[in-house]
Design a protein around this ligand. Structure first.
Ligand code: ASP
Ligand code: MG
Length: 416
């Protein structure tokens, strides 16, 4: 017997028919002797619908009220799932976040979980009940309902699993796992049986949006084994088969040493590049440029500063494409005067492509293999950045898919 947390996404909860299927699947696990906590999302489209209603009323909604509103989607889901379980003879009880309680800070619409009381849930489980807890929401110290940001039910599920010291957190979703790259770009992309949480963080933050990033951070910090698997299979397939399907997010020490050096190719189309030309090469310049950008709440990703000649240097950085106009405005209105240059140019037609793998730590030559592959395709590299387990390049967006396909092949990631 084990304590296991299941999370079901909006698609899996998309209709009463599907909710009945979720109930059958959950009942199967409970019948096998496990204690089960379920954390569902709102029915698909519901959170958008609710936020849309607010938009019809005001363009500047109070975040507190948005949370009151958006959190109702999950409350519908948990109640329907409890009813579905009860109607097939299971004891089940549903709770809103505040009833558990899942305590968060007061940052409405992007709150962070601070603690979870597990006492009540444990009691229910020990009494044989299946416990269903709303994803996405919590309560702050003043009793206000908060939400965790879009896609936050993943984080709720992993946090609940960690608080209950569950054996595993199963994230049921409409894809059957994490792939070596996006199968829509490379049809030979292969599903990974395991991926380390560090690799998953890189893959997720680089645009493979299977899980909310914060849930992966939680899984890493609390060492909670988390599996991404399909909710579209027959709910009554053998439990053993289901328990080993999908992709397990694991910890490096646990994975076998035979594994390939590179785990996946990630990419992000949502990039823009800004270059400040011929800035004076003196202390404080990077700070003056990026300090202003940070004050405008814009995230900077890649940065390069060239070696200077004649006391001048070029300074280039990337920002999310959606923040490009805002960043250029900051450059025009603040930075140019501050550092005494007028020469700022930008490019919004760039993409980032990365090779990711913990195997990089113990292998040399990955960067050269990556650059050779791009050279053979005649793809020019505009910027490079690296971490211990990732090498990223910024290239013309026109060549992004070509680059991903070529690298996927060069590193032997295709299906066996
Ligand atoms: N219902 C919320 C959303 O749509 C949370 C979630 O689905 O994870 O963002
Ligand atoms: Mg989701």
């Amino acid at each position: 017997m084990a304590l296991i947390v299941h999370k079901y996404g909006g698609t899996s909860m998309g209709s009463t028919e599907r909710i009945k299927n979720v109930a059958r699947r959950v009942a199967k696990w409970h019948d096998a002797g496990h204690q089960i906590v379920v954390v569902p999302s709102a029915m698909s489209g519901e959170t958008n619908r609710l936020l849309g209603l607010a938009k019809e009323i005001t363009t500047q909604p109070e975040p507190r009220e948005l949370d009151m509103l958006a959190s109702t989607g999950e409350q519908v889901s948990v109640a329907l799932l409890a009813l579905a379980l009860q109607s097939i003879g299971k004891q089940a009880v549903s709770y809103a976040g505040w009833q558990v309680a899942i305590k968060t800070d007061s940052a409405h619409t992007k709150a962070r979980i601070e603690s979870i009381d597990e006492a009540k849930v444990k009691q229910d489980l020990n009494a044989g009940r299946i416990v269903i807890i709303t994803g996405f929401q919590g309560v702050d110290s003043k009793g206000n309902i908060t939400t965790l940001g879009r896609g936050g039910s993943d984080t709720s599920a992993v946090a609940v699993a960690a608080a209950l010291k569950a054996q595993e957190c199963l994230i049921y979703t409409d894809v059957d796992g994490v792939y070596t790259t996006d199968p829509r770009v490379v049809s030979e992309a292969r599903r990974l049986n395991t991926v380390t949480f560090e690799e998953m963080l890189e893959m997720a933050s680089l645009g493979s949006k299977v899980l909310q990033i914060r849930s992966v951070e939680f899984a890493g910090n609390y060492r909670m084994p988390t599996r991404v698997l399909s909710s579209l299979t027959d709910p009554l397939i053998p439990l053993e088969e289901e328990a080993n399907s999908g992709t397990l997010i694991s910890f490096e020490e646990d994975t076998n040493m035979e594994q390939a050096t590179i785990t996946g190719i990630a990419f992000n189309r949502d990039e823009a590049k800004i270059t400040v030309r011929a800035v004076p090469d003196r202390p404080g310049i990077a700070y003056q440029i990026l300090g202003q950008i940070a004050d405008a709440n814009i995230e900077v990703d890649m940065i390069i500063q060239n070696q200077s000649s004649e006391g001048k240097t070029d300074f280039t950085f990337t920002v999310p494409r959606g923040d490009y106009d805002k960043a250029m405005k900051v450059m025009d209105e603040k930075v140019k005067a501050l550092i005494g240059t007028a020469d700022v140019v930008g490019d919004t037609k760039v993409s980032k492509v990365s090779v990711v793998g913990v195997g990089m730590r113990s292998h040399v030559g990955i960067a050269s293999q990556m650059f050779r592959t791009l050279a053979e395709e005649n793809i020019n590299i505009q910027m490079i950045s690296t971490s211990e387990i990732k090498i990223s390049v910024l290239i013309d967006e026109k060549y992004m898919e070509l680059a991903v396909r070529a690298l996927h092949k060069a590193f032997g990631l295709e299906k066996a």
